[in-house]
Design a binder for this molecule. Structure first.
Ligand SMILES: [Fe+2]
Ligand SMILES: [Fe+2]
Length: 135
């Protein structure tokens, strides 16, 4: 199991976003378990594909909320999402072309990045959106 799992300390007090963070963490854990269990590359590749798609979906959902409520730090936040998006897309490409191996360490890295992003960047927009009635 991953060394980080979602709990209340990660809550941004917006139900939809908390659910997405939980789902994303569960998907990372699924990938981690699949690697540990020695599942074939094709299976890992499929989970990774879903993970990349879900990250995009989640980042878009957050960005839509920020735009809708004119969050002043949208630009910075969007940049952080882009960095991660590019990182996993680049990784996915390398993995598919056989230039990189999918290891538990890679998944731990993604998990730590997400955890830190939630704790710092997401927790920063949370009170702003909560104050505008978004829960
Ligand atoms: Fe998030
Ligand atoms: Fe975010």
């Amino acid at each position: 199991m991953l060394d980080i799992i979602w709990d209340e300390t990660y809550s941004v007090h917006i139900a939809e976003i908390d659910q997405q963070h939980q789902k994303f963490t569960a998907m990372l854990d699924m990938l981690f378990e699949a690697i540990e269990a020695g599942r074939p590359q094709s299976a890992l590749s499929e989970i990774l594909r879903e993970l990349v798609a879900y990250a995009g979906y989640h980042f878009d959902a957050e960005e839509q909320l920020m735009i809708k409520h004119h969050y002043p730090e949208f630009g910075e936040h969007h940049k952080e999402h882009e960095v991660f998006r590019n990182k996993i897309l680049g990784f996915q490409k390398n993995f598919q072309e056989g230039r990189e191996t999918l290891t538990g360490d890679v998944v731990q890295f993604m998990t730590h990045w997400i955890a830190e992003h939630v704790m710092k960047a997401d927790k920063k927009y949370a009170p702003f959106l909560n104050a505008r009635g978004v829960f």
